[in-house]
Design a protein around this ligand. Structure first.
Ligand code: PBG
Length: 326
């Protein structure tokens, strides 16, 4: 007879009691803040589909990163919008490219901040795909060569960690051996291991100007219906040398995060992507949801699912709100 002996409400009675039995932690340490760097100077332009997020020139990026670091958030993830795009995405692996320049400036100004480079070609190719095109599709092995150069130039520029998001087969192994050969044995790889072909990336493609000009990404990103395949992707990336694996998107993929946490030997990250952010912002702007409670609930939910790290555009707000709660 569980009731009346057992009354679960006893431990829910006061804030202090609830705090004592809270099973999941959420802190600045768990968050990574994505930033978009653009050419020019003094540029700070709000991204229409992602209110509160900005296109920043390098000088402004350094300022914004100061805010991130002062809040105790350990890391930023950089995306670049180059001056020119071409069929081979050469802006991605230009030693003096937009992200490489941003990394040098950031490491000089804020050496304690972990600077992560997104390694992909879609922001840099004229066709918007994540590698060079052959016969109407992305050429996997030709893409590897360019991704490797992107990762090495980022590490050369002071990038602390590289995060390949292209979903080409074999890229983690290729990047690992190239980093090692270039003397970057200590630079870890966070692979977008289980990255699904998702409509949740919509606002990002406007933010990064990376929408594919023909077709879609279903020949390289995963089918949202597949979980066993996600396990295989993650296992292969770990075998190839990934130091952290990521599940992306986050909402709607809690089962994949939970599974990954159960059997992954390496830390698990998830990416609370642009469309997830935009939905919250849009509903909050209409007064339909309480943004603050909703954001913290989402982030706790992802931590509870098993994410060690959460990449999120809500990071700055979340840390401020967490500080007010305690
Ligand atoms: C690049 C990349 C994308 C995102 C991160 N890296 C877009 C895509 O794959 O189309 C999405 C991030 C977001 O939606 O917040 N390949």
């Amino acid at each position: 007879m569980p009731f009346p002996t057992h009354r679960l409400r006893r431990l829910r009675r006061t804030p202090a009691l609830r705090r004592m039995v809270r099973e999941t932690t959420l802190a600045a340490d768990h968050l990574i803040y994505p930033l978009f760097v653009v050419p020019g100077e003094g540029v700070r332009r709000e991204i229409a589909s992602m209110p509160g997020c900005f296109h920043l020139s390098v000088d402004q990026l350094v300022e914004e990163s100061g805010v991130v670091a002062d809040l105790g958030i350990p890391a930023v993830l950089l995306f670049g919008l180059p001056e020119h795009k071409d069929a081979l995405g050469s802006g991605a692996y230009d030693p003096d490219g937009i992200v490489q320049r941003a990394m040098r400036a950031l490491k000089a100004a804020r050496p304690e901040l972990v600077v992560i480079g997104d390694v992909c070609l879609c922001e840099y190719t004229s066709h918007g795909h994540c590698g060079p095109i052959a016969d109407g599709d992305v050429d996997n092995d030709a893409a590897l060569e360019l991704l490797v150069r992107t990762a090495v130039t980022q590490a050369d520029a002071g990038g602390d960690l590289v995060a390949p998001s292209d979903m080409m087969d074999g890229r983690v192994a290729a990047i690992r051996s190239a980093l090692d050969a270039a003397g970057h044995q200590q630079v870890p790889i966070m692979s977008y291991a289980a990255k699904f072909a998702s409509a949740f990336y919509g606002p990002f493609r406007e933010a990064a100007d990376s929408a594919p000009q023909f077709g879609d990404r279903r020949s390289y990103q995963m089918d949202p219906a597949n979980r066993r395949e996600a396990r295989r992707e993650i296992q292969l990336d770990v075998a190839e040398g990934a130091d952290i694996v990521m599940v992306k998107p986050a909402l709607g993929y809690g089962d994949v995060i939970a599974e990954a946490r159960r059997w992954s030997p390496v830390p698990v990250a998830c990416y609370n992507v642009s469309g997830e952010y935009a939905m919250v912002k849009a509903a909050a702007a209409r007064g339909w949801v309480d943004e603050r409670r909703l954001v913290l609930e989402i982030l706790y939910g992802l931590r509870r699912a098993g994410a060690d790290l959460i990449i999120t555009y809500h990071a700055l707000d979340a840390v401020r709100w967490l500080a007010e709660e305690s």
